[in-house]
Design a binder for this molecule. Structure first.
Ligand code: HEC
Length: 514
């Protein structure tokens, strides 16, 4: 672990400012404080865990590609890599052995023209780059195989007024227009610039720039599905204060023209202002970064027709200090079209990266071969993940038994006692209703209505009754997705008698789903 942080430390030292690490409002100080300086070592070969039937290899580890931000395939079939300090590499698999052995540095940004370069896209054979406040084309004007002519098409976009929030990833739509996600100029204050906290759209020459959708905090990357639906993943605030008393979830969003996604008023599904909710909520502070839509049939059905999101990992002090270590994985949300034209889907982990090695995925893209290419930030490694169907490995997956014990019948007097306790609490402990609203509705805590239907699936082996008991006695043993560890009152075990807890369990397990 130590050596890996050593490398991060050196990389950070090499770059002024803390660039991309601010995905979730990460403070430089926090990372450096945790950094442990020792001699760098070679990158760990893989350091990832995949679902059964999948295999991965290192596709490329280009030298000099520190702080990588984007990987995407060009119209020539080669893979292009952009780094935050503005280098562009072209990576080609000349001998078709699924390894990108031919690496060319196309642009070295030696004069520092590009600053905080986090977006790269192709349109009609031209490379487009999104760097601080600007989107430009980059061309090879003298035919020497290097890019040398930068032509800005739009400048003055709100950038770096809040650490690491800028105009981010770019993508071209089926309408031939360029789309860009733009971060907010604050952690969670009302916008002051009409172009911030938005997805913008423009012609390939920068003309007709318009706000396509609003109410994002830091939409870091954008991806279209083959049928023209646009998706992004949004990061959550991390500066807790009087208006932000808890860490809201990150979000996967179906971006539609003219819609407002609620920042800085509503987060996740807790919509208080009529804004548009996300498709699904991710854990808080996972650092959602690169996104891509997977439509190939090379992966089995449960892993296609949805969005892959690279989650860089928690880095905000507010999360680290509470022991939240979410992210550092690539997650997948299978998508289903609903009758009203929206999308439905719930995320699941796809690739989990080794946290001790400090591995952090930053971008994902799909190759013509149907493999998923993942860009790892700490060691600038590109992994190629493909489906083999072979289940290998000597450690069989442990079989976890779901406890099927039915929920018992509770006496009405016991349920009533539980309901009263839920509302009134006891001496020295807050009522449950402070956070789980009347009838167990969602508030600062999750809804408890319908928990009876999912309680046994929460922790394999625990019955519904045992699970709810554990949730009261030891709230952090399982964290409900989208809610914060450590937020529920932690000391009910000292204030409630066994009988009182039994009555609360009875009450909660009679609450039907709304
Ligand atoms: C200060 C706010 C707060 C109070 C008070 C509180 N909770 Fe919670 N509760 C939460 C939060 C936040 C979560 C989700 C995070 C987690 O899983 O720990 C949660 C989770 C739960 C869960 C797990 C739900 C699930 O979907 O798995 C149960 C059960 C629960 N609380 C019961 C209670 C009961 C019973 C009381 C009163 C004795 C209570 N809570 C009081 C905030 C609170």
């Amino acid at each position: 672990m130590k050596s890996r942080w050593g490398i991060i430390f050196m990389l950070l030292g090499a770059v002024a400012g803390l660039v991309i690490l601010g995905l979730a409002g990460i403070g430089a100080v926090s990372l450096l404080r945790r950094a442990n300086v020792t001699a760098p070592q070679a990158a760990p070969r893989l350091g990832i865990v995949l679902p059964p039937g999948f295999a991965a290899d290192v596709y490329a580890e280009p030298d000099g590609a520190e702080l990588p931000s984007v990987v995407t395939f060009g119209p020539d079939g080669a893979l292009y890599l952009l780094t935050v300090p503005g280098k562009i590499f072209r990576i080609e698999d000349k001998d078709s052995n699924q390894t990108g052995e031919a690496v060319t540095l196309l642009y070295d940004n030696a004069d520092g023209t590009l600053v905080q370069a986090v977006g790269l896209a192709f349109y009609e054979d031209k490379i487009y780059i999104s760097d601080s406040g600007r989107i430009s084309t980059l061309e090879d004007s003298d035919g020497d195989g290097k890019l040398d002519k930068l032509t800005p098409i739009v400048e003055g976009l709100p950038s770096l007024q809040f650490p690491d929030h800028s105009n981010n990833g770019i993508v071209f739509g089926p309408d031939g227009k360029l789309y860009v996600g733009v971060g907010a100029t604050s952690d969670h204050s009302p916008p002051k610039d009409p172009l911030e906290a938005s997805v913008l759209r423009m012609n390939p020459d920068g003309s007709e720039l318009e706000v396509f959708a609003t109410g994002f905090r830091n939409p870091y990357d954008l991806a279209f599905s083959p049928d023209g639906a646009l998706f992004t993943a949004d990061n959550n605030p991390s500066e807790m204060d009087a208006t932000m008393r808890y860490l809201p979830p990150e979000e996967l969003i179906f971006v539609q023209q003219g819609k407002d996604y609620g920042f800085p008023r509503s987060y996740g599904n807790a919509v208080v202002d009529g804004s548009t909710p996300p498709i699904t909520e991710f854990f808080a502070s996972v650092g959602s970064s690169g996104v891509t839509y997977y439509a190939s049939d090379a992966f089995p059905p449960e892993w296609r027709n949805g969005v892959y999101v690279a989650q860089w990992g928690t880095g905000a002090n507010v999360a680290l200090d509470r022991g939240l270590t979410n992210g550092q994985s690539v997650v997948f949300t299978p998508l289903e079209r609903t009758e009203d034209g929206n999308y439905r889907g719930d995320w699941k982990p796809f690739v989990v990266f080794d946290t001790d090695e400090g591995l952090r995925p930053v971008d994902v893209t799909v190759g013509a071969d149907g493999a998923l290419y993942m860009l790892e930030f700490t060691f600038s490694t590109i992994y190629r993940v493909h489906y083999t169907g072979e289940v290998t490995g000597s450690t069989p997956t442990p079989v976890v038994q779901i406890n099927t014990e039915p929920i018992p019948e509770f006496a009405q007097t016991v349920i009533d006692q539980g309901a009263a306790l839920f509302q009134q609490g006891v001496e020295g402990a807050p009522p449950c209703m402070t956070c789980h609203l009347d009838g167990g509705r969602i508030g600062l805590g999750p809804t408890l209505a319908g928990l009876r239907d999912v309680a046994t699936a929460r922790i394999p082996g625990l019955s519904a009754v045992e699970y709810v008991r554990q949730s009261i006695l030891n709230p952090n043993a399982y964290i409900v997705p989208g809610f914060n560890a450590g937020y529920m009152f932690q000391s009910y075990s000292q204030s409630l008698s066994a009988e009182q807890i039994d009555s609360l369990i009875a009450y909660i397990l009679t609450l039907e789903a709304e």
